[in-house]
Design a protein around this ligand. Structure first.
Ligand code: SF4
Ligand code: SF4
Length: 168
């Protein structure tokens, strides 16, 4: 129960903060498209869900009972730390709240995204840092702090979408 409450408060593995895509089995692509999900082809042609997932509303998966296999199998480092009793529910909630607060602050410090479908905050920050003028020192420090927290508490769980890089 505490694990589902954690994920209902979080949603970071579905909103693009941790991953750009979630790989799908070939047979999952058609049903995912029919559910209105944003299915793209990775290099090599394998299908994947682009993140932020369009099934995510208010940090909840609206297709929970029909979510793809990779979504069912995934658990981040914090999820497993709570499951194994290494952190308490309050500690886990606090980490999630810190992550959301940092992401919100980073979002505010970036130029507005005018795309019809805005990109995830971390993706925007990385691209902005590669742009001609780059990020201000303050925003770069905020980006690095956010990435460090995500790396420390979320990436690298025993089961993950991609092999270590956060990409499929
Ligand atoms: S990132 Fe972890 S805690 Fe957050 S929703 Fe995903 S599995 Fe749950
Ligand atoms: S289908 Fe649900 S669990 Fe899978 S990425 Fe989308 S919102 Fe997350």
């Amino acid at each position: 129960m505490s694990l589902s409450r954690l994920c209902q408060r979080c949603g970071l593995c579905c909103d693009g903060s941790l991953f750009s895509h979630v790989p799908l089995q070939p047979e999952e692509a058609g049903p995912a498209r029919r559910h209105g999900l944003d299915v793209e082809e990775l290099v090599g042609g394998a299908p994947a869900l682009r993140q932020c997932c369009t099934a995510l509303k208010n940090r909840q998966c609206t297709l929970y009972a029909q979510r793809p296999e990779r979504c069912r199998a995934y658990g981040c480092r914090l999820y497993h730390a709570l499951a194994s009793g290494q952190v308490s529910v309050d500690e886990a909630f606090s980490v999630v709240d810190q992550a959301h607060a940092l992401l919100a602050a980073l979002d505010e410090s970036l130029p507005p995204d005018t795309d019809v479908r805005p990109s995830p905050v971390m993706e925007r920050a990385r691209f902005a840092d590669l742009s001609e003028h780059g990020l201000s020192p303050e925003t770069r420090a905020l980006r690095e702090r956010t990435e460090a927290l995500l790396d420390a508490h979320f990436h690298g769980g025993p089961r993950h979408f991609g092999e270590g890089s956060g990409e499929p």
